[in-house]
Design a protein around this ligand. Structure first.
Ligand code: FAD
Length: 502
């Protein structure tokens, strides 16, 4: 009856999204009386199987599930990540790090970067990276957890994420979800049965004629978008004019020398290549625009720039940047690739799954499926996609590269309005701001704007309250503290060994 509790949750798909949803729902609401959670997946179809780099918010998800970090790192062959190194994005031969965390310390109530900008105007040529412990430690291959017990040290607030094997991660979550009471059903969904009047999904039909009934369906079927797209016909908002990359080739290779706790993104003639070092191998992929390079040429570029021997043939993936116009429609909520896709340039897909689950838990429905709650869920989801899209577009728009048709297209594209405003405000007086609930912080915006060579025309007038000599002395002091703190940290390999996870 309308208003009665949802009793039967059915998750379609057992990729990262499906098992994250299953594990989290089992943990948070699994004990509700009469509630069942069933996950249907097809081994025959398989998963995308890429998706190895994350952002620090993954720690919140792990905490929710009470995951022990040593077990997690060991079971998923994970490494640590302190940021992303961007190579050749601004111009060939250039590199910078987008670190997690923050730069320097605010002084006189003014954000640190205004003092740095002032220092630059006085002839100081230090890089912004020199003021980030995450960036400096990552450059040296070092790692540590934050030390809140040392509040004056930059180590107090260092932030970190993981790079892991996506298939092992899904397996790990599966074991936790099943231990929490989730039932797994192996089978291929061939059809969905809808209520004639409301269009609500009532049951899935499997290839062997089994029927799986549910009250709430979570579509984690990947790019197929079985329920949200095929059954309910919810449209797709296409953003390829801003993010023209539409294919990827992914291949793992033997581990190389560079074991620094960093994801690397190297700009290529028609896109960019990721490099994600795990404990047992390195993940690689070339994300490219099929309008600007052939699949064969992309494969040659990828295979010609690996750390070691490829472990198999490259896997081809096709996608479109954008999202479902409604992530929640009737009694179906789409998570993961079924809900949308933004290229992995800033490792945001797993995070989007996580926030989708968190929103679903916050607005968990009754059988009334209140339209106002669904509308709120959808509005929040779209805004999150828009914010991330703008941050990704920044990387492409702010480039000096003019060595290929692809980069000429990106450099000259008309940015979305909110991004145009952010760029204009930084260009005039170095102002950096973050929308209300936006994922990426001022540090992130600053690091990519500065990293990609956007010049600030000025700095906050109050930075001049510090005498010039004093500004330069303090900048030097902060750099010294950051460098010294980093030099005392263990290497990432030592850290993982100490943890007993490698
Ligand atoms: P999938 O992994 O495709 O899983 C779909 C599931 O649905 C499978 O279990 C499949 O068997 C099942 N299924 C489909 N059809 C049926 C059917 N008819 N019957 C039964 N079952 C069915 N994310 C990050 O956070 N960091 C990254 O670095 C990153 N890199 C990426 C690189 C690329 C090139 C791509 C394409 C994605 C990347 N992602 C990354 C995204 C990440 O891979 C996905 O967000 C994540 O794996 C979630 O995928 P999924 O579970 O939605 O889909």
């Amino acid at each position: 009856m309308i208003g009665d509790p949802v009793r039967r949750i059915v998750i379609v798909g057992g990729g990262t999204a499906g098992w994250m949803a299953a594990a989290a729902l089992a943990k948070v609401i699994g004990a509700l009386p009469g509630l069942t959670i069933e996950l249907v997946e097809s081994d025959e179809i398989g998963t995308v199987g890429v998706g190895e780099a994350t952002i620090p918010q993954i720690n919140l998800f792990n905490q929710l599930l009470e995951i022990d970090e040593a077990e997690f790192v060991s079971r998923t062959q994970a490494t640590y990540k302190l940021g992303i190194e961007f190579r050749d994005w601004t111009r060939l031969g250039h590199r910078y790090i987008h670190p997690f965390g923050f730069y320097g310390v605010d002084m006189g109530g003014i954000e640190f970067h205004h003092h740095w900008l002032k220092g630059r105007s006085l002839g100081d040529d230090s890089e912004l990276d020199d003021y980030s412990l995450a960036a400096v430690a990552a450059r040296q291959g070092r790692f540590s957890h934050p030390r809140p017990d040392q509040p004056k040290s930059p180590l107090a607030r260092i932030a970190y994420a993981f790079q892991f094997d996506a298939a092992l991660y899904a397996r790990f979550l599966r074991s936790r979800a099943e231990a929490g009471g989730v039932r797994r059903t192996e089978g291929r969904v061939v059809d969905a049965e809808q209520d004639g009047e409301s269009g609500f999904v009532r049951a899935l039909h499997l290839a062997d004629d089994r029927r799986v009934e549910g009250d709430l369906f979570i579509d984690c079927s990947g790019f197929r978008a079985l329920l949200i797209g095929q059954t309910l016909g919810v449209g797709f908002e296409d953003w390829s004019r801003w993010l023209p990359c539409d294919r990827a080739l992914a291949v793992a290779c033997e581990s190389g020398e560079d074991r620094r706790p960093l994801t690397r993104s190297t700009a290529r003639p028609a896109g960019w290549q990721w490099r994600i070092p795990l404990q047992h191998r390195t993940g690689n992929g070339y994300v490219y625009s099929s309008a600007h390079v052939s699949d064969d040429a992309a494969a040659a570029t990828l295979l010609g720039s690996l750390d070691g021997a490829a472990l198999g043939d490259p896997r081809a993936l096709r996608f479109r940047a954008g999202h479902r116009r409604e992530a929640w429609n009737r009694n179906v909520v789409a998570l993961g690739l079924a809900g949308g896709f933004l290229e992995p340039l800033e490792s945001t897909s797993i995070h989007l799954v996580q926030t989708g689950i968190a929103r679903l838990l916050t607005l968990f429905p009754t059988l009334a499926f209140d339209p106002a709650e669904i509308a709120r869920y959808n509005a929040l989801t779209v805004q999150e996609y828009v914010d991330i899209r703008d941050f990704l577009v920044l990387h492409y728009k702010a480039t000096e590269r003019d060595d290929s048709e692809f980069w000429n297209y990106c450099r000259t594209l008309e940015p979305p309005p909110a991004l145009a405003e952010k760029l204009a405000m930084f260009r005039s007086n170095g102002r950096v701001f973050r929308e209300q609930h936006e994922l990426f912080t001022e540090t992130s915006w600053l690091s990519v704007m500065v990293g990609q060579g956007i010049a600030a025309g000025g700095y906050h007038p109050a930075a001049d309250l510090l005498a010039d000599d004093e500004t330069l002395a303090r900048l030097g002091h902060i750099r010294g503290v950051v460098e010294h703190t980093a030099s005392l940290l263990p290497t990432q390999q030592q850290w993982i060994r100490q943890l007993g996870a490698g």
